[in-house]
Design a protein around this ligand. Structure first.
Ligand code: GLA
Ligand code: ZN
Length: 672
């Protein structure tokens, strides 16, 4: 977005300080001092921009944008729909949401407007158009930030009508809907679309297909609102690209779909550093970055992160010295074109007054946090050449919102918890500790370019997915499935005739039964003697154990206990030019570490280095046409020696010949 400069700065709320011109002056001085080049403005400014209906006051914002620009600081301009002014809620109560108990909400909080309301749409379009007229061609405004953390649901009559229309479009006839939703169960058959209600806690909750379609509708309607906002900006003459800030695995929206409507993905990250092992948190946050990058498979932005502690987590932990730097650099390593904070200046009152900020209530630049912000800004200023390089992955993990929604909603083998996200992370860690870049893809994604595809707990096989995996494997790809995959179709109807649906010949097996284990129960994976993969250790497994019958696949490991001791637990089948693996139970992470290490080597999906990556180091690569950047970060507990690729290298940052200090970074470049 900025030539040769990674974006650095954060959310800035000058509307809270309009009575303090001295502070507004000081903010600019401090932003410059910290090496910031960008702020996000206007997100929660509606009441300051339109204090009375139709009375628009933009002068203060124009002054600030101009002053920032003169000082080399660019603006990402927010549209204010995330929090509406009181007059709007008072005069037009239809803009307030109806919740899952059927109650209309009162004015308050934020992110709680009805996306369907024609009045809300009219008012947002009006202010967006006016903002576009003022800032749509401003050289200092580089990006539009639509609303804020879109999310939530409304069940008002308008939204329910829109839902019925959406269903009619999707199923055409009520008979077809009844068939796909299996409504004969408990006599829930509908006679017309008009009878359908959204899921309510005081109404229908047990029709899984209704719940699933409602969630799909919420994504559809939110996208419609998002497009409505963007259309208004374009009508007002805005030329700049658009973004909206996402929240990694947020369960309220299918981000793969939503991302289609914006130009650039951005997201907000608040990892609980220092709660668990730092490396674990780094992998967790790394996987979120990779998911966000994978939404459009394009460079993205870290829109928010906290320079120190937040005020909303159960315990507000300070970032230990160096962590702020490591967190910001991790975004860049994973492919971001900028790393920003929430927030520039700490608010004085209300709910976020104790949330960390670049400038705290004391206000000086001689604070620990400000110094680290400044040092980080200096480094970002030096590594601008990374702009334009991209993370490329040969490994993908399948992550599909709709499949997860259906799986978590269905009553099945383990209502106490399926531990799905943990399984994803075990796979991710297994790949990343080898230095393999990882994309996350949904069932609709193209698999071209990947060589190794992991499909943990892909409960729902949507139309066409099994065929896609079949040809991926046939053409030489390696695929790994786990237990609880291919169970239902896209309206959550169970497949008949054996599962995993459509892939039993590819995997060379059929899943026959699945055992749910109590929390304190355990089983184990025992290596089959002289197995081709060379697995030698015994590993624990828990929570879910799938019993499979082999039809061509061979077992590498078997269960160690219970009546299914000796049954296959890890299997492989050759299919076409490729291989299909199956992991039958929720194995402990040491299993994944060893198993995936072997598969990454077998499929040559990680860069070759002189030595293995020590535990604690995260290594990512970003490529250009000319060559490759190797980025190393230490999320361990001691300084570590890092393995370099062979051949001539140029050092971009840090000192590759010394041990890499904790939270430090090294970047080297190798020409192709
Ligand atoms: C979210 C919001 C911000 C702010 C931060 C606090 O990410 O987008 O406005 O409230 O949380 O951590
Ligand atoms: Zn509504």
């Amino acid at each position: 977005m900025l030539n040769n400069r990674l974006l650095y700065g954060g959310d800035y709320n000058p509307e809270q300080w309009l009575d303090r011109p001295d502070i507004l002056e000081e903010d600019i001085r401090m932003l410059r001092k910290a090496g910031c080049n960008t702020v996000t403005l206007g997100i929660f400014s509606w009441a300051a921009l339109e204090p009375q209906e139709g009375d628009f006051r933009f002068q203060w914002l124009e002054n600030i944008v101009d002053r920032l620009y003169k000082n080399g600081i660019y603006t990402i301009m927010g549209t204010p729909s995330g929090a509406r002014p009181k007059w709007l809620a008072d005069k037009y109560p239809e803009v307030l949401r109806v919740d899952e108990t059927g109650h209309r909400q009162m004015f308050g909080f934020r992110h709680n407007h009805c996306y369907t309301s024609p009045v809300y749409r009219e008012k947002t379009a009006l202010i967006n158009k006016k903002l576009a007229k003022s800032f749509g061609n401003h050289p200092g405004v580089i990006l539009w930030h639509i609303s804020n953390e879109l999310g939530g649901e409304c069940r008002c009559p308008l939204c329910q009508d829109a839902f019925r229309r959406w269903l009619k479009e999707r199923y055409r006839t009520i008979d077809e809907l009844n068939r796909r939703w299996c409504t004969t169960f408990w006599s829930h058959t509908y006679q017309s679309f008009e009878q359908i209600e959204a899921p309510f806690t005081i109404g229908e909750t047990q029709l899984h297909a209704l719940n699933l379609d409602w969630k799909r509708f919420v994504t559809h309607q939110t996208r419609d609102f998002l497009r409505h906002e963007i259309d208004a900006l374009r009508e007002g003459g805005a030329k700049q690209p658009t973004t909206t800030n996402l929240m990694h695995y947020f369960q309220g929206l299918d981000y793969f779909k939503l991302a289609k409507d914006i130009d650039i993905v951005s997201w907000d990250t608040y990892p609980t550093w220092h709660k668990e092992e730092v490396l674990h948190t780094a992998y967790d946050n790394g996987m979120c970055h990779d998911l966000m990058r994978s939404l459009k498979k394009k460079p993205y932005l870290q829109m928010e992160s906290c320079p120190t502690s937040t005020n909303w987590q159960s315990v507000s932990k300070l970032k230990k010295p160096g962590m702020l730097f490591a967190q910001m650099m991790q975004a860049i390593a994973h492919g971001a074109e900028g790393a920003m904070y929430f927030q520039v200046r700490q608010s004085r009152g209300a709910s976020e007054k104790f949330h960390g900020a670049v400038i705290d209530h004391y206000g000086g630049s001689d604070t620990r946090v400000f110094k680290e912000v400044k040092e980080t800004g200096e480094v970002l200023g030096k590594i601008g050449e990374l702009l334009g390089s991209k993370v490329k992955s040969s490994v993908a993990i399948l992550y599909d919102w709709e499949s997860q929604w259906a799986m978590e909603d269905s009553q099945g083998p383990r209502n106490k918890g399926l531990h799905y996200m943990e399984v994803l992370l075990k796979f991710y860690r297994g790949f990343r500790r080898m230095g393999a870049n990882v994309d996350l893809v949904d069932e609709e994604a193209s698999l071209d370019g990947y060589r190794l595809l992991a499909c943990p707990m892909v409960y729902m096989f949507k139309e066409g997915f099994a065929e896609k995996v079949r040809s991926f494997t046939e053409n030489g790809g390696t695929v790994i499935f786990t237990y609880w995959s291919g169970i239902v179709d896209d309206t959550d109807r169970c497949y008949l005739g054996g599962v995993p649906y459509g892939l039993q010949d590819v995997l060379g097996l059929r899943s026959t039964e699945i055992d749910g284990l109590y929390d304190d129960e355990e089983n184990s994976f025992i290596p089959v003697k002289e197995n081709a993969l060379g697995m030698q250790k015994t590993y624990g497994c828990r929570y879910l154990c799938d019993l499979v019958q082999l039809h061509g696949a061979s077992a590498m490991m078997t269960y160690g206990a219970d009546f299914y001791a000796g049954y296959p637990a890890v299997t492989v089948n050759s299919f076409g030019k490729g291989e299909a693996w199956y992991v039958a139970a929720d194995a402990d992470s040491d299993f994944y570490d060893d198993f995936l290490e072997k598969l990454v080597i077998r499929t040559k999906t990680a860069p070759i280095l002189q030595g293995s990556i020590p535990d604690g180091i995260e290594m990512t690569t970003r490529e250009t046409e000319k060559g490759c950047y190797y980025i190393y970060q230490n999320f361990g507990t001691t300084a570590l020696q890092i393995p370099m690729p062979e051949g001539e290298l140029r050092t971009v940052y840090g000192n590759p010949s010394e041990k890499l200090p904790v939270y430090g970074m090294v970047i080297v470049f190798q020409e192709k």
